[in-house]
Design a protein around this ligand. Structure first.
Ligand code: AR6
Length: 515
């Protein structure tokens, strides 16, 4: 066994395909029936600066209902006056040099009168009080956020489609447009987005207005607000050049594209495993997995503070996905290309701390997007750990990972940076999830960089099992059948008390010895 421990079939991180070296040739920026571009494409392709695309505002169930919508039907004239009301409040704030949290709160409830006694701003208030004077720029920042929010009608002229369930579609917009939408989210201007009544229109969408971030003070809120305020401080600074585009693409795997796992003959592909390093840093240039919630962004605007929320706090442009991304279904994912990292962080959960600005050195592609790709896939949440050992659940996870890893642009796409997907808040078994991700990667011929986040035991055991699977040339189909046996044995009366890797090891040895 001593000898076995040092044997490894793993590769080095440099052996994996990464951006910017493996980039799909994009051609000119173009829009299509399924790809909405919110800036003027012809001007962009002539090399002009990013100019918002002219277009019609639509008050329609397939589009984001905007606070500045001019629509007279459905929303009725009240919508027009709503933006008047909002602009009046925000202009008053924008004209001042300093604005208190109380002023912000008063403005917000002025155009959201229903929530006057329900929304609390105690977290924002405590935050502003607690942060030391030397880094307390917030009272002068609030007016700038208000001014940014007011630019909405000039920034977003064309209706923003919703990325709805069951449809593959994409939206590309500029970083400036995103900042303006987020400034509106900060000031809670989005209509129809504040209620969670059972039949509410946006019930199947994550929240977008920032109310839940402003109430319920906790130390966590402090660090979250530091990251968010830093983003606004940068984007409202007149010296900042926000020059890029970001694409949000919802991808749905059709039933006919689901692999037949049992009959798959692929063998395992490249694996790099490390207990140190993280997806977002060492995984730079790879397709970086967001351990997502089906409600994209999870608890980023409330109290959550694990991998996905941290990712969204250091790359706040990701938060705008909550405006238009319907809850992900089982075989769907969201891929975000080009978002900018604004902050550094340390810690995790309760120990999370905002650790200052992040300097961005990434190149941009020909569509002016930073060469960063994030893949949001939501694992299943197992309240009881035993639930996961069912082939129905395992197949769901395989298809989810496959949907995300697959890519749409052929072989020249980056390999994948992942880790203990679904194994923290969602209570998954790290060995099972590692095998599932190895199978999905093998099926899509993608290499995996697996960051165990300090788990040295998993690092070693994953290297060993990968070595065995590679040397024994075990196929994806064989692995699927082994998982079936494992689940079967586990649920037998008396149960099974070995972990998955041990089970696989024994099963392969006994299979091979029978040959
Ligand atoms: N790089 C590599 N590994 C990491 C990183 C990182 N940056 N951060 C954490 N890990 P978790 P889940 C490891 O709990 O179980 C959110 O609320 C670390 O060992 O974030 O899929 C979402 O919105 C951690 O325990 O993912 C969902 O609602 C493990 O990855 C829900 O949590 C799992 O991280 C998803 O929960």
């Amino acid at each position: 066994t001593q000898k076995e421990e040092v044997k490894s079939s793993c590769c080095q991180l440099d052996d994996l395909k990464r951006l910017p070296h493996c980039y799909v040739s994009l051609g000119k920026l173009h829009f299509s029936r399924t790809h909405t571009v919110l800036i003027d494409v012809s001007l962009f392709n002539c090399g002009a600066r990013l100019v918002p695309q002219e277009g019609r505002d639509l008050w329609h169930s397939n589009f984001v209902k905007m606070p500045c919508s001019q629509a007279m039907n459905h929303g009725g004239p009240s919508q027009v006056s709503r933006w008047k009301l909002i602009s009046k409040q925000l202009s008053t704030l924008a004209r001042k040099t300093t604005v208190s949290v109380n002023d912000v709160a008063t403005a917000i409830v002025e155009y959201n009168p229903k929530y006057k006694d329900r929304w609390s701003f105690d977290a924002l208030e405590t935050f502003v009080k607690r942060v030391p004077k030397t880094e307390n720029y917030f009272n002068t920042l609030f007016p700038k956020i208000a001014a940014l929010a007011l630019r909405l009608p000039e920034q977003i002229k064309k209706a923003v489609p919703l990325l709805q369930r069951g449809r593959s579609a994409a939206i590309t917009l500029s970083q400036v447009q995103i900042s303006c939408l987020l400034a509106n989210a900060f000031f809670c201007t989005f209509p129809h987005r504040n209620t969670s009544r059972p039949n509410a229109e946006y019930n199947n969408y994550p929240s977008i207005n920032f109310t839940s971030l402003f109430g319920n003070w906790s130390e966590r809120k402090k660090e979250k607000l530091r990251a968010i305020m830093h983003y606004f401080n940068v984007v409202t600074n007149e010296n900042t050049k926000l020059e890029g585009l970001v694409t949000f693409e919802r991808y749905c795997l059709r039933d006919t594209d689901m692999p037949s796992w049992k009959r798959s003959t692929e063998k395992l592909h490249k694996l790099y495993v490390a207990s140190c390093g993280s997806i977002e840093t060492e995984g730079t240039g790879l397709l970086q997995v967001d351990f997502a919630s089906s409600w994209i962004g999870g608890g980023v605007l409330s109290s959550g503070l694990v991998q996905e929320e941290i990712l969204f706090l250091i790359n706040p442009e990701l938060i705008v996905s909550r405006l238009f991304t319907e809850k992900l279904a089982d075989s769907e994912c969201l891929i975000i290309t080009g978002s900018q990292q604004f902050s550094c962080y340390s810690g995790f959960g309760d120990s999370f701390e905002w650790a200052g600005p992040h300097e961005e050195y990434l190149e941009r592609d020909v569509w002016a997007r930073l060469k960063r790709q994030i893949l949001a896939i939501d694992a299943l949440h197992f309240k009881n750990s035993r639930e996961q050992y069912s082939m129905m659940k395992i197949t769901r996870e395989l298809n989810k990972a496959y949907c995300g890893f697959k890519g749409q642009h052929g072989q020249e796409e980056p390999d994948i940076a992942t880790g203990k997907w679904g194994c923290g808040a969602f209570n998954g078994d790290p060995q099972l999830k590692a095998v599932i991700q190895l199978m999905a990667a093998a099926k899509t011929r993608k290499g995996l960089a697996f960051f165990t986040f300090g788990d040295e035991h998993l690092e070693r055991s994953l290297q060993q099992i990968h070595h065995l699977l590679v040397t024994e040339e075990v196929t994806v189909g064989e692995l699927y059948r082994l998982l079936e046996n494992y689940c079967f044995d586990l649920h037998k009366p008396g149960g099974l008390h070995v972990d998955l890797f041990d089970f696989i090891r024994k099963a392969i040895r006994s299979l091979r010895s029978q040959l």
